[in-house]
Design a binder for this molecule. Structure first.
Ligand code: WTA
Length: 571
């Protein structure tokens, strides 16, 4: 099947000549854009906020254009700088210092962004948590990271199991307070009293900045540590891939609990001093179109799931809105269906640009650049300064058009520096000088990469990574469940949905009510996006003789595929 390519259109793109830049490229040149390149004083918060706040031409420019169904507010770079200074002073007062882990567990709001940069300004490591997490997800992350301080809201506090978190010294509450002032800090009160001046903590490029937890196929979620050095790649990709220019209004729809919401919802636009739209509340097609229209968004970074929902909502809906300012659309997180690209051309008269990367990689690596043709279904080509390839299990490159491990040559600026408390896990990503992603793909003769699937059991549901082990562990905590095996089942809208196979303990019957109860148990214990949409009761769950659940076999059964090698199957 020969897919129609979508040629690049004429335009004034930041990156015109991909091949030429690749040849002459050096990350050293990108470093020249940063203040620290001459002063030696490093901090992401300085480069993304204070640098603009101290620039007379930029300080009154709107940095944050926030809205939610309940609230609308904007902040200039100067205001964002002052608010984050205030919060840095609060943190300092409570003895938070360089290297401490400070977590945020709250909805997107202006306070979130002020607090986030406050954390970086004291040199601490920020850990943003997705607001939909329930107790266990919150506990696992705060325990593993040994977080010292948490910023949350009174509404979310019931999901924070304080008695299981001995290392958590203080909790800052945004919008209310508790009586126990030894433990709880009133955000509003402290911010009123705090000074707008703060001397930023200068750090090293290799110092920890951000901790994002993400799921693998085994074990609990792992903490991926990013360092200030990542800004080099955020800056470069914002220019080449997002094509950001001074006058753009940019909207990244991702929540800062996920890496897209920090690398591209915070750092990339603000390193360039671009106005950044943040929309709180739930997704609906009309809400999103209204957000694009009302804010005159020009560059929009979103995800295939959302785009597929917009496609099914219909092309007519788009016509009701005036989206003339929109000039560049990008996507990340799951395979981008060629149908979405076709629809984008019809509905917006724009191409949708796929980008591939991971929590671990910190920034975009394989992308569809504005100046290159798009081959629908392909993730595009590696950015300048990055070498990508397809390797076998020993880390040897394999020829074009053959499927294998998608791998990246070690050494790009935004690479994770640690898996928190787990050096062995960190090492296991690297083979023969390559970072091996866990995705399978092939490369065509012209260097375009084509995603094929995950090589492990990690599930990607609506662009969110879910580890089957976490869901299985939660399922078997339910009194009715004896064993559980969890897989991703293909779904036209969500990419995959979570399907659980379970066996029941004696005395429990396979009823609709019980299955719904089990579903709710995962939803309220772990998080809504990790709750299985389908649960099927079995007499047994297939396991290897060493007791590992054979998820691959469950998947083959589910899809009616040949079951392959079952020689390790237990009797
Ligand atoms: C998948 C999100 C196909 C992939 C930034 C990867 C993609 C995982 C794409 C990382 C894409 C991401 N096409 N699949 N353009 N982008 N993925 O850590 O399986 O939440 O390994 O990072 O999402 O998900 P993560």
């Amino acid at each position: 099947m020969d897919m129609q390519v979508v040629p690049a259109r004429k335009g004034n793109y930041n990156l015109q000549d991909y091949e030429k830049l690749r040849e002459s490229f050096s990350w050293e040149d990108v470093k020249k854009n940063f203040t620290w390149n001459t002063t030696g004083k490093v901090n992401m918060a300085y480069e993304a906020v204070d640098r603009h706040a101290t620039d007379p031409a930029k300080k009154d420019k709107v940095a944050l254009l926030y809205s939610s169904p309940e609230r609308e507010e904007s902040m200039t770079f100067e205001q964002l700088s002052q608010e984050s200074n205030k919060f840095a002073n609060v943190l300092k007062k409570y003895e938070i210092s360089k290297g401490d882990r400070v977590f945020l567990f709250m909805p997107r709001s202006p306070e979130f962004y002020a607090a986030f940069f406050g954390i970086l300004k004291v040199g601490a490591i920020a850990g943003p948590l997705f607001e939909a997490f329930m107790e266990q997800a919150v506990r696992d992350r705060l325990q593993d990271s040994e977080a010292k301080l948490l910023i949350t809201t009174p509404d979310l506090l019931y999901r924070v199991p304080l008695n299981e978190l001995p290392k958590l010294e203080k909790i800052v509450l945004v919008g209310g307070n508790k009586e126990d002032t030894n433990k709880f800090i009133d955000y509003n009160k402290e911010m009123k009293e705090a000074s707008i001046n703060f001397s930023i903590e200068w750090v090293d490029l290799e110092d920890g900045m951000l901790l994002h937890y993400t799921s693998g196929s085994t074990g609990k979620p792992k903490g991926i540590l990013h360092v200030h050095n990542a800004m080099i790649q955020h800056y470069a990709t914002a220019e080449w891939v997002l094509d950001l220019k001074e006058e753009d209004v940019y909207w990244c729809t991702a929540d800062p609990g996920w890496v897209t919401g920090t690398s591209y919802g915070i750092f990339a636009p603000w390193l360039h001093g671009v106005t950044n739209v943040i929309r709180g509340g739930r997704f609906t097609p009309d809400d999103w179109y209204t957000t694009l229209e009302k804010n005159n968004v020009s560059v929009w970074y979103t995800a295939p799931t959302a785009l597929r929902m917009l496609v099914s909502y219909g092309e007519e809906a788009v016509k009701k809105y005036d989206l003339d300012t929109l000039r560049h659309i990008l996507s990340v997180g799951e395979p981008l269906n060629p149908e979405v690209i076709t629809w984008g051309l019809k509905a917006f008269d724009l191409r949708v640009h796929d980008t591939w990367w991971m929590t671990e990689t910190g920034a975009q690596l394989i992308v569809n650049l504005p100046s290159l043709e798009i081959r629908p279904g392909s993730m595009g080509k590696p950015i300048p300064g990055v070498e990508a390839s397809i390797v076998d299990n020993e880390g040897n490159e394999i020829p074009p058009n053959q499927m294998g491990n998608l791998a990246i040559k070690e050494g790009w600026p935004s690479m994770m520096r640690q898996v928190w408390n787990n050096p062995g896990k960190f090492e296991s990503y690297f083979i023969n000088g390559w970072y091996v992603s866990g995705d399978s793909a092939y490369q065509d003769e012209d260097g375009y990469f084509w995603f094929q699937g995950r090589l492990d059991d990690v599930i990607n549901t609506s662009g969110e990574r879910v580890g089957p082990f976490e869901v299985e562990s939660k399922l078997i905590e339910h009194p009715a469940v004896a064993e559980a095996g969890v897989i991703g089942k293909p779904d036209p809208e969500r990419g995959e949905i979570i399907k659980a196979f379970i066996t029941l303990n004696d005395g429990y019957d396979d009823t609709k009510e019980l299955l719904e109860d089990i579903r709710q148990f995962v939803k309220t214990g772990l998080s809504a996006h990790a709750a299985p949409r389908e649960i099927e009761v079995k007499d047994s769950i297939p396991k290897t003789r060493s007791g590992k659940i054979m998820r691959r076999l469950l998947k083959s059964w589910e899809l009616g595929l040949p079951t392959g090698d079952t020689s390790t199957l237990e009797d």
